[in-house]
Structures are given as structure tokens and as C-alpha cells.
Design a protein around this ligand. Structure first.
Ligand code: HEC
Length: 140
């Protein structure tokens, strides 16, 4: 009886260790998520309201232009890289590419945050966002 229980716990231990080892994809297979700060997203909110809000809605829910967040938006399914490239080349309508790099990055931080990405310690950079090829909304 005692021997039997020892065997059981040894087997359980091996099974637990085995599954923990095998869990999840290889870390290197995941694209790096672009980091941004709360301050950037906060500043981006103002730049967004000034330059985008009249068409895309103050809450990003869409108005004259499509929604940039939420269940009726395509943006959550896009990659930050694609979003950034489109926004900086085509937006705002009537002044395409006309904002400063800082404003575009801050607006991107605000849109990332509005789609559920969490702020971190590092400021958003162009290379970080153009290398982020994961789904913008990680819950999709
Ligand atoms: C004058 C109105 C207007 C302004 C201002 C404007 N947009 Fe747009 N935006 C549009 C319209 C209209 C579309 C749809 C374009 C199309 O389908 O060809 C669009 C499309 C987009 C898309 C693509 C959405 C999708 O579903 O793929 C993004 C992203 C975007 N805008 C971001 C921005 C950002 C960020 C700003 C501010 C820097 C901005 N826009 C300013 C009107 C505007």
C-alpha cells in the first residue's frame, strides 16, 4: 500500500512537470508587442480629438469615418504595423501624413490602449510599432 502511493505520487509529479514543460508555443515564435506609456496614450487622446475625433468619433466608435475600436471596427483585427502605416500615409483625410511623428506615435498609443493593449515602461517608437505584427486586440 505504501509503495503504491509512492508510485502514484512519483507518476503525478512526472506528469505535472511534463505538461508544464510542454505548455504553450515557443516564446521566440511570438511577435514582440510594442510597448507604450500611459503618458503617451494620454497625450495621444488629445491629439486624436483634435485631428481624428470629428470623423472617427470622440469614443472611437465611428461617425463619418469607420470605428477604430470596439465590436464594429476592423482595426482590432489588424496589426499595429499595418494600422500605423495606413494612418501615417492616409490620415487625417485632407492632411494625409501632415501630423508630427510625435503626434502619430501618441495617437497610436491611444488607439492601442483603447483596443485593450496595456501600457508599459518603454515609450512607443516607430521601430517597435512597425515590428508588431500581432493582432492589435490580443483578445481576438
Ligand atoms: C475628415 C474625416 C477624417 C479624419 C479627420 C480622419 N479620418 Fe480616418 N478615415 C476617414 C474615412 C472616411 C475613412 C475610410 C476610408 C476608406 O474606406 O477608404 C478612414 C479610415 C481610417 C482608418 C482605417 C480604418 C479601417 O477600418 O481599416 C484608420 C486606421 C483611420 N482612418 C485613422 C485615422 C486617424 C488616426 C486619424 C487622425 C490622425 C484620422 N483617421 C482622421 C475619415 C477621416
Amino acid at each position: 500500500m505504501k509503495v503504491g502511493l509512492l508510485w502514484m505520487s512519483a507518476l503525478l509529479g512526472a506528469a505535472t512537470a511534463g505538461s508544464a514543460f510542454a505548455a504553450g508555443p515557443h516564446p521566440r515564435a511570438r511577435p514582440a508587442l510594442a510597448s507604450f506609456t500611459t503618458a503617451q496614450a494620454y497625450q495621444g487622446r488629445f491629439a486624436y480629438i483634435q485631428n481624428c475625433g470629428e470623423c472617427h468619433g470622440g469614443d472611437l466608435g465611428g461617425q463619418f469615418g469607420p470605428a477604430l475600436a470596439g465590436p464594429h471596427s476592423n482595426v482590432p483585427w489588424q496589426t499595429p504595423a499595418a494600422f500605423y502605416s495606413y494612418m501615417t500615409q492616409q490620415m487625417p483625410v485632407g492632411n494625409a501624413g501632415g501630423l508630427s511623428q510625435t503626434d502619430y506615435l501618441n495617437i497610436a498609443a491611444f488607439v492601442l490602449q483603447s483596443n485593450g493593449r496595456r501600457a508599459g515602461a518603454k515609450r512607443l517608437t516607430i521601430s517597435a510599432i512597425t515590428n508588431d505584427t500581432a493582432a492589435l486586440d490580443q483578445s481576438r
